[in-house]
Write a protein that binds this ligand. Structure first.
Ligand code: GRF
Length: 195
């Protein structure tokens, strides 16, 4: 199972997937590359340390007046994804929405992690949304990507109790290692089904 990761920043979920594959925790999986839209993403260094091929498609080059020309950007991106022949594409902190063409090219093959218990708190600042809503449980979700924002079939979820004095920062920090475990569990599940 050829796994390709897309990440835009820190890359801790990417690092967790990479470590799990190196440690053969997802026995059939091979990590075939990291694709990023951000040439300054720390994820790049993580990939290079393990000799994982890195492809940068800098979305900054496709902006006019600050607005991304998604069609042109994705025209450039799609053949780069295809060249890596992925069976699964893992969005791991990838900050751009994928367009229709890419989503349709890889049906039920693109996974994403979101820091809330979907279907609650879709979109940006999910942890902040949870605190503002006053819920007592938070968590994270790994799901397949479809045309709806954070809307595809749920593969795996984990929960975390929100503390009395929780802040957005503390919740995000406590959730992160849980995200890493959840992503690996989701990949194990998908790998088992696809073997
Ligand atoms: C994570 O919280 C993930 O759930 C969200 O973006 C963040 C990425 O963090 N989609 P990292 O780059 O994987 O450390």
């Amino acid at each position: 199972m050829r796994v390709l990761c897309l990440a835009s920043g820190r890359g801790s979920n990417f690092a967790a997937i990479l470590a799990a594959i190196i440690q053969k925790k997802i026995p059939t999986a091979e990590l075939v590359g990291l694709v990023t839209n951000n040439p300054a993403a720390p994820a790049i260094e993580i990939a290079k340390r393990s000799s994982i091929p890195v492809v940068v498609v800098d979305c900054g080059l496709y902006r006019t007046g600050g607005k991304l020309d998604r069609a042109v950007y994705e025209k450039e991106l799609l053949p780069k994804l295809e060249a890596l022949r992925p069976d699964l594409i893992c969005l791991a902190g990838y900050t751009l929405l994928l367009g229709r063409e890419i989503i349709e090219r890889y049906p039920d093959q693109i996974l994403n992690i979101h820091p809330s218990l979907l279907p609650s708190f879709k979109g940006l600042h999910a942890q902040r949304q949870a605190l503002e809503a006053g819920v007592k449980w938070s968590g994270c979700t790994v799901h397949f990507v479809n045309h709806e924002l954070d809307g595809g079939t749920i593969i795996e979820q984990s929960v975390l109790r929100i503390d009395d004095h929780e802040t957005e920062d503390s919740l995000s920090r406590r959730l992160l290692p849980i995200e890493h475990e959840t992503y690996v569990k989701a990949l194990q599940k998908v790998a088992k089904l696809r073997c």
